[in-house]
Design a protein around this ligand. Structure first.
Ligand code: PXG
Length: 286
């Protein structure tokens, strides 16, 4: 059977799952989304993802036409319809179709799309050997232009940074904020370890407050690893002992080279390994 896609209350075969070319989600990137994972049929930190989705929507004055409880129900229905237990789930809310022109008041019927598909992981070798990343010259959104805390359908500057990375042979790229501080990667948050202490940029560094990031901070506390949010520059990365990235898609992935410079000894470090294992255990626990 074809993959079943949820669109605003109904299920469609993947080939027939379509929305209007007049939808402002397409015309202007006017909408919000979430990327989540389910493990053994349970969506990891679903409440946090729903809270973030509804906050993103609220920040752009978009009223999601269903309650969080109904969104949760529809998410599980989409998984069940597709007999998926370990899946990648994309929630999308668009502004809806309207006439041409930016005015959101000219739209009606925001569309809610739920896609549950098989997971595409980074190749396994990166989890063992670590990633090489570069610093992109494209900076993260200036918070006064568009808050990086909104997970909007407008990802073009992250995509520009991703292109810079890909052209340099790297599948992820580091983005700085408008002050030149370390923010995050194009679709992942960043952590470093220095002298056994775990650090990640604070929320006000112009980042998306990642749900995986917060899970890692919780795990560090449980494991007795000293961890805190710390404003950092590239200097801090260059002198770090370890570095890794976190995200719903990537989970926890080690970084071994930044801008051609080896991180620490240039191999996956012990704290990264410990947190990677603890995260795996956490998501697979009932
Ligand atoms: N920063 C940015 C800019 C992101 O887009 C993260 C950090 C990590 O957040 P979470 O909550 O996932 O730990 C993200 C998340 C995709 C995809 O399909 C993108 C993300 C997550 C999952 C899938 O491109 N971005």
């Amino acid at each position: 059977m074809a993959l079943q896609i949820y669109i605003t209350g109904k299920f469609y075969d993947k080939e027939d799952a379509k929305i209007s070319v007049y939808d402002h989600g397409l015309l202007y990137g006017d909408g919000v989304f979430e990327g989540m994972r389910s493990y053994s049929g349970k969506v990891f930190r679903l409440k946090e993802h729903l809270d973030r989705l509804y906050e993103s929507a609220r920040a752009i004055c978009l009223e999601i036409p269903m309650s969080k409880a109904d969104m949760e129900k529809a998410t599980y229905e989409t998984l069940q319809k597709n007999s998926l237990v370990d899946a990648y789930i994309r929630l999308i809310v668009t502004r809806g179709a309207g006439s041409l022109g930016l005015d959101p008041n000219k739209t009606s019927d925001p569309q809610v799309i739920i896609i549950a598909d098989s997971i595409s992981l980074y190749p396994a070798e990166f989890y063992d050997k670590g990633l090489k990343i570069i610093t992109a010259s494209t900076i993260r959104n200036h918070p006064a232009a568009l808050s990086p805390r909104i997970k909007s359908l407008n990802y073009l500057n992250n995509i520009m940074a991703k292109i810079e990375g890909l052209q340099a042979g790297c599948i992820e790229a580091l983005m700085l904020n408008h002050k030149g501080e370390v923010a995050e990667c194009t679709g992942d948050n960043i952590f470093i370890v220095k002298s056994g202490v775990l650090m990640t940029p604070p929320k006000d560094a112009g980042i998306l407050e990642g749900i995986t990031r917060n899970a890692i901070l919780d795990l560090a506390k449980e494991l007795g690893i000293i961890a805190f949010e710390q404003t950092m520059t590239r200097h801090d990365l260059f002198v770090a002992d370890e570095c890794f990235l976190t995200g719903s898609a990537a989970e926890v992935i080690p970084v071994v080279t930044i801008d051609g410079r080896p991180v620490g000894g240039g191999a996956v470090g012990p704290v990264t390994r410990q947190l990677l294992d603890a995260f795996k255990k956490l998501v697979h626990s009932k």
